[in-house]
Design a protein around this ligand. Structure first.
Ligand SMILES: Nc1nc2c(c(=O)[nH]1)N(C=O)[C@@H](CNc1ccc(C(=O)N[C@@H](CCC(=O)O)C(=O)O)cc1)CN2
Ligand SMILES: Nc1ncnc2c1ncn2[C@@H]1O[C@H](COP(=O)(O)OP(=O)(O)OP(=O)(O)O)[C@@H](O)[C@H]1O
Length: 185
């Protein structure tokens, strides 16, 4: 289940991005909708009392988050999503208001932070898009906030190339495996 990726960040990103583009071209819409439902179901069971959840609107090649976002809002949770700033840092807005801006510290109001990734390693280290956006945002999270990354089944890696600033995640969710807790070691 834990694959081997190139030891170089740029090379590892190229491998996963190419695979995501190929999946996107081959995958029927019904399979994508099924992935979205599985991710929503796996994550919803982890959110108990009314919570603030920092999540994100998925891009076309990413594991789909629409069903999850809708379900969180329908259950009465407060959902905030990122807005990319020119320096690649993340501002935040409420899911329901595209024009509002809550500021870079709004991630600190979240009980749960759901983060995008290209790959996640057994020890929780995350390969991201390379802007350092989440490395910065995660330093502002509440110390007791849980961080869960969302990837496809075949993006679980034995190791990912890491830098000292990389922020590990607590768990990872995939459509086929559900939520997997990571030990950080
Ligand atoms: N959905 C989503 N939102 C996010 C992020 C993310 O990874 N995913 N980010 C994380 O930091 C920030 C934006 N940074 C990003 C930087 C590069 C690419 C990128 O290279 N995307 C792919 C295209 C993917 C697609 O269109 O399906 C690419 O260009 O190959 C995406 C987001 C904030 N918001
Ligand atoms: N706390 C920080 N403050 C400022 N810049 C940072 C910080 N953390 C990381 N960076 C910068 O961000 C750049 C990309 O980092 P990295 O390759 O780890 O991105 P990533 O975590 O994969 O991407 P993303 O979080 O955007 O998905 C690096 O050049 C790094 O110097």
């Amino acid at each position: 289940m834990w694959r081997t990726l190139p030891d170089d960040k740029a090379a590892a990103r190229r491998v996963v991005r190419a695979q995501r583009r190929a999946r996107r071209e081959a995958q029927p819409p019904s399979d994508r909708a099924a992935d979205a439902e599985r991710l929503a179901e796996a994550l919803l069971s982890r959110v108990n009392a009314p919570a603030t959840v920092a999540a994100y609107v998925s891009l076309a090649t990413e594991p789909p988050t629409e069903a999850l976002l809708e379900a969180l809002a329908a259950d009465g949770h407060r959902v905030v999503v990122p807005v990319l700033l020119p320096d690649q840092d993340l501002d935040w807005r409420p899911l329901e208001d595209e024009g509002a801006r809550l500021g870079v510290t709004a991630v600190g109001s979240a009980d749960l932070v759901i983060v995008p990734a290209l790959a996640i390693a057994r020890d929780g280290l995350r390969l991201g898009q390379g802007g350092g956006s989440y490395d910065r945002a995660l330093t502002r999270r509440r110390p007791d906030a849980r961080v869960i990354a969302c990837v496809y089944d075949d993006e679980l890696a034995e190791r990912v190339p890491a830098d000292p600033h990389d922020q590990p995640v607590d768990a990872v969710v995939t459509p086929g495996h559900g939520v997997i807790e990571l030990t950080g070691s």
